[in-house]
Design a protein around this ligand. Structure first.
Ligand code: SAM
Length: 265
């Protein structure tokens, strides 16, 4: 094990050990001195050290107390601001915007982490993460593809995303069972994320993908009749995976307007 630390499975600890891959990630992030950068899960510092060399100061969020002790020993306070605790509960609004968020994320909580950060999209300049390739494929999937689902729609509504490159298991110690990938997310301008009721949008998307084999007529029957679908120009026999993000926004807005007008009458 690198530097005597025993990797903790419950914290999703797979430490990057391939210098070429680390260099490629840092090159993709292209950190600059004046930027506020926060690294999630610095671990043993594989990315932390080269990031610091480029940008001079870094915020890090780490949950493992043993690793925090090491980080405090290894880095001067002025270089590293250590936020001890769970990244899922970390309030990004305590840091100055615009923020750049980076990290080789713990895979066991990657989806909730992505949703947590999406809640701060207005304060974020961009995010560069290492994730399981299977998750990255779902994030960037297009309508009609097998990987397209709730994660694709919810994140594509909020972010432009690109899968940058794959990382093999051998690049880590211990090696994970799966291939990883680097993904880049940039918040879309607020004017483009103008769904009237985002909570309702989320509920409709979740329902549409809840039972993948079922038609929209079935999965969305709580909100839409065949006549509603006809007015919206959406085929009720289609399945959720055929709808574009903009179609889901249209469905949610239509329903929000109707609920609003009913409430008002
Ligand atoms: N960045 C290091 C690297 O690339 O070698 C470590 C990456 S390792 C996949 C994930 C890191 O996230 C570990 O340091 C782990 O302790 C930390 N971590 C796990 N769960 C966390 C959480 N809920 N909040 C903050 N950090 C967490």
């Amino acid at each position: 094990m690198p530097q005597g630390h025993i990797a903790r499975k419950r914290f999703g600890q797979n430490f990057l050990s391939d210098a070429n891959i680390i260099a490629r990630i840092i090159e993709a992030i292209a950190p600059k001195r004046e930027q506020t950068i926060v690294e999630i899960g610095p671990g043993l510092g594989a990315m932390t050290r080269p990031l610091l060399a480029a940008c001079g100061h870094l915020h890090v969020v780490e949950i493992d107390r043993d690793l925090i002790v090491r980080l405090k020993q290894d880095y001067a306070e002025g270089l590293l601001t250590i936020h001890e605790g769970d990244a899922l509960k970390f309030d990004l609004s305590t840091l100055p915007a615009p923020l750049r968020v980076v990290g080789n994320l713990p895979y066991n909580i990657s989806t909730p982490l992505l949703f947590h950060f999406a809640g701060y999209a207005e304060r974020i300049r961009d995010m560069t993460f290492m994730l399981q390739k299977e998750v990255v494929d779902r994030m960037v999937a297009e309508p009609g593809s097998e990987d397209y689902g709730r994660l694709s729609v919810m994140l594509q509504y909020r972010f432009h995303m690109a899968s940058l490159f794959d990382v093999p298991p051998e690049a880590f110690r211990p090696a994970p069972k799966v291939t990883s990938a680097i993904v880049w997310l940039q918040p879309r301008p607020l004017a483009e994320c103008n769904c009237l009721d985002e909570a309702l949008f989320g509920r409709i998307v979740t329902a549409a993908f809840g039972q993948r084999r079922k038609t929209l007529r079935n999965t969305l029957r709580e909100w839409f009749s065949d006549q509603d679908f006809a007015e919206l120009g959406i085929n009720p026999q289609a399945r959720g995976e055929t709808l574009a993000v903009a179609d889901f926004v249209r469905l949610a807005d239509w329903q929000a307007r109707r609920a609003g007008s009913t409430a008002g009458s």
